[in-house]
Design a protein around this ligand. Structure first.
Ligand code: SAM
Ligand code: SF4
Length: 458
């Protein structure tokens, strides 16, 4: 295994950075934001200073700088995806989760590969082409073999183009097998980087082992995953510590493997039926949440910043203007939950219940560009290639045409009524603004989609 010693040191350093941090004055803040707008990311001291800001006017300056950085890196596109929950069997006992093993209340269910295919077909019929497979930790019956079988069945039996996965950390060999099965991004949240809090929150099962989880991304990268997604579950411990540690984690990945975290998720604790925690020990307000989204964007400009349906509708829409670049839609956190009449235990309650079509309408009306693109993972733009393209601003010129092609396809295959019109309008308007010589080629590709060709991309 390459380097996790550096990572533990980086996490230990977070306390020291926080201890010497103070909220910046106006001039200092402007200096930090100017450095962030150069798109090279921020030093930890700068990120910590931004996290120390409480003044509402200063928070707005941070948020608007984050909106500009997001636009410079990815353009107006907003990526949409859906989680597909495979199994709620779990051998761990995380205090906050409805899947914890000591919750005897809800029904347990693991989809068969055939059932997973049915769920994927349902999501594909709605227009999703990328899915995030999610599972509790159950190495006996639903370990690597199971995840490999499910991926094989979905790729063979549906037109889903890329599967990402959020599952418990594996060995290098386990990760190699997942990668070979065609998974794109490996995602896993540390939950909290604070060792004592981590120990309290995870009293049983393999997840008790803080270091095994902390080193998961090093093993995944060692095993050949180009892209990994990280995050801290907000509400378990002081957000300043956990957000800074997440940024430190990403910096470690960039230093050792040449690419920052591909995605940083911003999960915030929600009520979960059967969980042991009634309330968040360290609640995070909506205003703090906005600041966190913006600080991630400014600190790690190339990362996809992911805001899930855990968050309420209005806040999610706001986040799209201040740095978020990926959102889930129409989510169910229950295995077999899509289109189901009977219900198994959910992991937590979702807040934003809007379906994909509604979200596409909302994004288009905001003047942004809904994207169902899956191109990078299949064109080999991963790891350091993606990172380098994103930090030079070159991704913007790929994301915009690819978003347009995927939206055109969506308009033709899945959109109805007003949303169809909105999509066609957005495609025509944004394509018009693309500069030559790309525009001419894009128009040809759009015409190919119009004529029925599928999966046309750059
Ligand atoms: N079981 C694996 C694990 O723990 O890494 C993978 C999937 S777990 C189902 C996905 C994530 O959901 C967890 O990492 C955690 O951050 C989040 N989660 C769990 N309970 C939650 C809750 N009550 N509210 C919000 N997010 C929660
Ligand atoms: Fe299991 Fe993951 Fe839930 Fe913990 S968060 S109980 S590991 S499903």
């Amino acid at each position: 295994m390459r380097d996790t010693v550096g990572l533990s040191d980086a996490i230990r350093n977070v306390e020291d950075v926080l201890a010497r941090t103070h909220a910046p004055g106006r001039e200092e803040l402007e200096g930090i934001l100017a450095r962030a707008e150069a798109l090279a990311g921020l030093q930890l001291d700068d990120s910590a200073a931004l996290l120390a800001v409480d003044d509402p006017a200063q928070i707005e300056l941070i948020c608007s700088a984050a909106g500009r950085v997001k636009d410079a890196v990815f353009g107006p596109r907003v990526v949409l995806f859906a989680p597909l929950y495979l199994s709620n069997y779990c051998s761990n006992d995380c205090l906050y989760c409805g899947f914890r093993r000591s919750n005897t209340g809800g029904a347990r269910k693991a989809l068969t590969p055939e059932e997973a295919v049915e769920q994927a077909r349902y999501l594909s019929s709605k227009g999703f082409k990328r899915l995030l497979l999610v599972a509790g930790e159950n190495h006996g019956r639903h370990g690597v073999d199971y995840l490999v079988d499910v991926a094989g069945a979905i790729y063979a039996g549906t037109d889903i183009r890329i599967l990402h996965v959020n599952c418990a950390p594996l060995t290098v060999d386990g990760f190699r097998r997942l990668k070979a099965a065609g998974y794109g991004v490996y995602q896993c949240f540390q939950e909290t980087y604070h060792p004592d809090t981590y120990a309290r929150m995870h009293p049983a099962g393999r997840k008790k082992d803080y270091m095994f989880r902390l080193s998961a991304m090093d093993r995944a990268l060692e095993a050949g995953f180009g892209d990994v997604g990280i995050g801290a579950l907000l509400g378990l411990y002081d957000y300043r510590y956990d957000v800074l540690a997440t940024i430190a984690h990403s910096r470690h990945l960039a230093e050792v493997y040449g690419a920052a975290a591909h995605t940083i998720s911003v999960p915030r604790l929600r009520h979960a039926e059967g969980a042991a925690l009634a309330d968040a020990p360290y609640p995070v307000t909506d205003q703090e949440f906005r600041k966190i989204v913006a600080v991630y964007r400014l600190s790690v400009p190339t990362a996809g910043v992911v805001v899930s349906t855990r968050e309420p509708a209005e806040l999610r829409e706001d986040c799209l203007d201040i740095g978020a670049s990926q959102i889930s839609a129409g989510s169910s956190t229950e295995p077999g939950g899509y289109g189901a009449e009977e219900h198994a235990a959910t992991q937590f309650d979702v807040s934003d219940l809007r379906e994909l079509s509604e979200m596409i309408g909302v994004i288009a009306r905001k003047g942004l560009l809904p994207s169902l693109c899956t191109s990078c993972y299949r064109s080999g733009r991963q790891g350091s290639d993606f990172h380098d393209a994103a930090s030079s601003g070159a991704m913007r010129d790929l994301c915009t045409p690819n978003a347009l092609l995927s939206l055109k396809e969506y308009a033709q295959d899945s959109a109805e009524g007003e949303v169809k019109g909105l999509c066609e309008e957005a495609v025509a308007k944004v394509a018009e603004g693309v500069e030559e010589p790309l525009r001419r080629d894009l128009m040809t590709k759009l015409a190919r989609v119009q004529a029925g060709e599928r999966d046309v991309h750059y």
